[in-house]
Design a protein around this ligand. Structure first.
Ligand SMILES: [Zn+2]
Ligand SMILES: [Zn+2]
Length: 311
């Protein structure tokens, strides 16, 4: 079965009912010309290989997803192995980005050295690079999950494999156990023997940040987005993930808001500050336009000022 493109009516319905929501949320759920429909997939793109039918806001609510509560409300990141300066996205920036994106308390656990972790490793039979076995990592994380964790996510610059018969895997998660692990190794051009280029650190942070929020959003029960260009779009290859924006569409904003209950304008203001600092000018400009649309220019400026020094 081939992928069927949703039409405008289906996209609007997927966002779900905004009536009865506060004014800010109602405006934020209105696409208002700032969200492009996802274009039809090319032959090698995700939706050509996986013709998904999408998950509307109402389908999401009916799936009774895990939601943060008074007991479990912290996103934990567990670095596995080294994050060499200049060759890996800085852990503190990844933490800051996830904290802003989910508007949740996000903490980094002390780095776990591979020598202390007793994980199964191998050399990839083709490329000869070292790889870690993901089921071992998930078992380890399950034992370490803190009492107040909504989820615990292993992050690593090591390459991963899920089973000896596989070549590699970008990541793996168990929603039920609330643990996952993701590798950023293949987002580094050097992994493929290519030069890193002048904007390399910014590119690596952008790619890693996107993967982190995409995969963490799956832990909240959000499935892939087929409606708009969105960070929740599935991806089959690097060019396709690079084409995804860092932000979510109104369908996924509605889901996140249902789960987390943040102040939408404050969240955008915090994200704008982050994009500004990280030099993601396209995202900064997009977020500014969104805030302007939701609050009006004067109130948007005032909120951004107030958000300064309060990340
Ligand atoms: Zn995904
Ligand atoms: Zn979306």
């Amino acid at each position: 079965m081939a992928f069927e493109m949703p039409n405008t009516k289906q996209r609007t319905e997927a966002i779900g009912p905004a009536e009865g929501s506060a004014q800010d949320l109602r405006k934020a759920l209105d696409p208002a010309g700032q969200f492009e429909p996802l274009p039809p997939p090319g032959p090698h793109d995700w939706l050509a290989a996986h013709p998904e039918s999408g998950q509307s806001f109402e389908q999401f609510v009916r799936s009774r997803p895990n939601r943060p509560d008074a007991k479990r409300h912290v996103i934990y990141l567990q670095p596995l192995g080294d994050f060499p300066v200049g060759k890996a996205p800085p852990e503190n920036l990844l933490r800051e980005y996830a904290a802003a994106w989910f508007a949740m308390d996000t903490r980094v656990l002390p780095r776990l050295a591979l020598s202390d972790a007793s994980l199964t490793t191998r050399r990839n039979p083709t490329t000869q690079n070292r790889q870690l076995l993901t089921p071992d990592i998930l078992a380890l994380l399950k034992k370490k999950i803190p009492e107040d964790a909504f989820c615990l996510l292993g992050i690593t610059m090591e390459d991963l494999y899920p089973d000896p018969s596989w070549n590699f895997v970008f990541g793996q998660a168990s929603l039920r156990e609330r643990v996952g692990v993701y590798s950023f190794a293949r987002y580094d051009p050097a992994f493929y023997g290519r030069p890193r280029g002048p904007d390399y650190e910014k590119t690596l942070l952008r790619r890693s940040g996107k993967v982190l929020v995409h995969e963490t959003a799956h832990m909240f029960g959000l499935q892939h987005c087929i409606y708009f260009r969105c960070v929740l779009n599935g991806s089959n290859h690097l060019a396709e993930s690079d084409a995804r924006p860092m932000h979510e569409c109104p369908v996924d904003l509605h889901k996140l808001h249902y789960s987390i209950g943040f102040d939408v304008a404050k969240r955008y203001a915090t994200l704008l500050r982050f994009s500004d600092k990280a030099g993601f000018t396209d995202e900064r400009d997009w977020t500014w336009a969104r805030l302007d649309w939701i609050l009006g220019e004067a109130a948007a400026r005032e909120l951004i000022e107030r958000t300064a020094g309060n990340p």
